[in-house]
Design a protein around this ligand. Structure first.
Ligand code: ADP
Length: 398
C-alpha cells in the first residue's frame, strides 16, 4: 500500500510516494523553476536519480509529467493522492476527500491565499485527470488551528471586515504542529489530553503554536503567513503603521511594501548576508554584526512567543523544536532556552549538542518542564490522512 503526496506550488512541485505504515519514501521528486525555460524535474528512487525536462514547464505540466513517470508497480499499490493545500478558511477543520462540490468550495477560498491556492488546485485537478477513480484528499495548513477560540483568532478591527471578508487569524504549518505535538506526547509517555505544549516550527517559514489536550488554542501566524516570528525572508510582526510610513518615504504602493516584508526581510533583511540560518550562524561566528543581530532577534522573538503561548495555555509542560532550524541548530535552541529559565526550562548542553538524539529527543535538564527536538514529517501525516479518508470513500461507494 502506498500514497502519493503532492505539494504543488506556482514555481515548484514536490512529490513523494510514501508507505503510510513505515513512512518509507519509495520515490521522491522535485520539479523546480516552473514557468521558465529552465524548468527541471529530478526524480529519485533509492540511490537512482534522474533529471528530465517537462514538455510543458507549467505546474500542471510538471504534475502530469511526474505522474506519467510512475512505473506500473508503483501505480498498482496506490490508495490515493494526498494534497497539501495552504488555506482551508474557516470552512475546513480537518482533511477532506475531494469531490466536485469540495473542489468548488476550494475555488471559493482562492482570495485568502491568491499566491498559493491556484497552484494547489491545479495539482488536485491534474492528479484527478491523470489518475481517475483514485481518492484525492486535501490536507490543509490551516485546519489544525480551527480549534482556536475567538479570543485568539479575532483581530480588533471593524466587525464588517470579519463578517464580509473573513478577516481573522487562521494560522499555518498546522500539519507540522499536529504531527510533532502527537509525537511529543508519545516521547513524553503521557496522554496528549493531559499536555500543554508549545511547538516551535522553525524552518524557512517559522511559527509557534499552543497545543492543549491535542488541540491548537493559539498560534503566531495569522490571516497570512507573514504574522508572528522572524523568518528566513519574512519580517514577522511589525507595526501595521509601518506600511503607510514606508510607502510614503519610499514612494511604494502597499503591494511593494508587502513584497519587501515577505521577500527581503527576516534573517536576510537584518543580517544583510543570507536568509539561510546555517549561513547566518557561520557569518555571526566570523564576526558579522548584522548576522549576530539577526540571530539575536530571531531567538529573542521565538522565546518571547513561547512566553505568550504559555499564558494562552494556562501553564506549560513542554516546548518542542522542529523544522530545519529547530531540528538541527543547537545554537538557536541554546539561545532560545537561555531566555526560558523564567518558565523553568534549562538546556542540557550534552543532549542539545546531538539534537536530542538517543535521549528521546530531550534537550533540557530534568525538571517539571521539558524541551524536546521532534523531527517533523508532514508528508507522513498527509499520507495517513489520505489512507483514512480513502477507506471511507471506498466504503461509501461500496
Ligand atoms: P522549509 O521551511 O522550506 O521546509 P526547512 O524546514 O528545511 O525548510 O528549514 C530550512 C532552514 O533550516 C534553513 O534556514 C537552514 O539553514 C536551516 N538549517 C538546516 N540545517 C541547519 C543546521 N545544521 N544549522 C542551522 N540551521 C540549519
Amino acid at each position: 500500500m502506498s500514497v502519493l503526496v503532492l505539494n504543488c506550488g506556482s514555481s515548484s512541485v514536490k512529490l513523494a510516494l510514501v508507505d503510510p505504515a513505515s513512512g518509507e519514501r519509495r520515490l521522491t521528486a522535485l520539479a523546480e523553476r516552473l514557468g521558465s525555460s529552465e524548468a527541471v524535474v529530478r526524480l529519485r528512487r533509492g540511490e537512482d536519480e534522474r533529471t528530465s525536462t517537462p514538455d510543458d514547464p507549467s505546474s500542471r505540466g510538471a504534475v502530469t509529467h511526474l505522474l506519467e513517470s510512475l512505473r506500473d508497480e508503483e501505480r498498482d499499490g496506490l490508495v490515493g493522492v494526498g494534497h497539501r493545500v495552504v488555506h482551508g478558511g474557516d470552512h475546513f477543520s480537518a482533511s477532506v476527500a475531494v469531490d466536485d462540490a469540495i473542489l468548488a468550495d476550494l475555488h471559493g477560498l482562492v482570495n485568502l491565499a491568491p499566491l498559493h491556492m491556484p497552484a494547489n488546485l491545479l495539482g488536485i485537478e491534474a492528479a484527478r485527470d491523470a489518475l481517475p477513480g483514485l481518492a484525492q484528499v486535501a490536507v490543509f495548513d490551516t485546519a489544525f488551528h480551527q480549534t482556536m477560540p475567538p479570543v485568539a483568532y479575532r483581530y480588533a478591527v471593524p466587525q464588517e471586515w470579519y463578517d464580509d471578508h473573513q478577516v481573522r487569524r487562521y494560522g499555518f504549518h498546522g500539519t507540522s504542529h499536529r504531527y510533532v505535538s502527537a509525537r511529543a506526547a508519545e516521547l513524553l509517555g503521557r496522554p496528549a489530553e493531559d499536555l500543554r505544549l508549545v511547538t516551535l516550527h522553525l524552518g524557512n517559514g517559522c511559527s509557534a503554536a499552543a497545543v492543549r489536550g491535542g488541540d491548537s488554542v493559539d498560534t503566531t501566524m495569522g490571516l497570512t503567513p507573514l504574522e508572528g516570528l522572524v523568518m528566513g525572508t519574512r519580517s514577522g510582526d511589525v507595526d501595521p503603521g509601518l506600511l503607510g510610513y514606508v510607502a510614503e518615504r519610499l514612494d511604494l504602493d502597499v503591494r511593494g511594501v508587502l513584497d519587501a516584508l515577505n521577500t527581503r526581510s527576516g534573517l536576510l533583511g537584518l543580517s544583510g548576508v543570507s536568509n539561510d540560518m546555517r549561513t547566518v550562524c557561520e557569518a555571526a561566528a566570523d564576526g558579522s554584526e548584522g548576522a549576530r543581530l539577526a540571530l539575536d532577534v530571531f531567538c529573542y522573538r521565538a522565546a518571547k512567543a513561547v512566553g505568550a503561548l504559555a499564558v494562552a495555555l494556562g501553564g506549560l509542560d513542554a516546548v518542542v523544536f522542529t523544522g530545519g532550524i529547530g531540528e538541527h541548530s543547537a545554537e538557536v535552541r541554546r539561545r532560545v532556552l537561555s531566555r526560558l529559565g523564567v518558565l523553568g526550562l534549562a538546556e542540557d548542553p550534552d543532549a542539545n549538542a546531538v539534537d536530542g538524539r538517543g535521549t528521546d529527543g530531550r534537550v533540557s535538564r530534568p525538571g517539571d518542564r521539558t524541551a524536546l527536538v521532534v523531527p517533523t514529517d508532514e508528508e507522513l501525516l498527509i499520507a495517513r490522512d489520505t489512507v483514512r479518508l480513502a477507506a471511507r470513500t471506498t466504503e461509501a461507494v461500496g
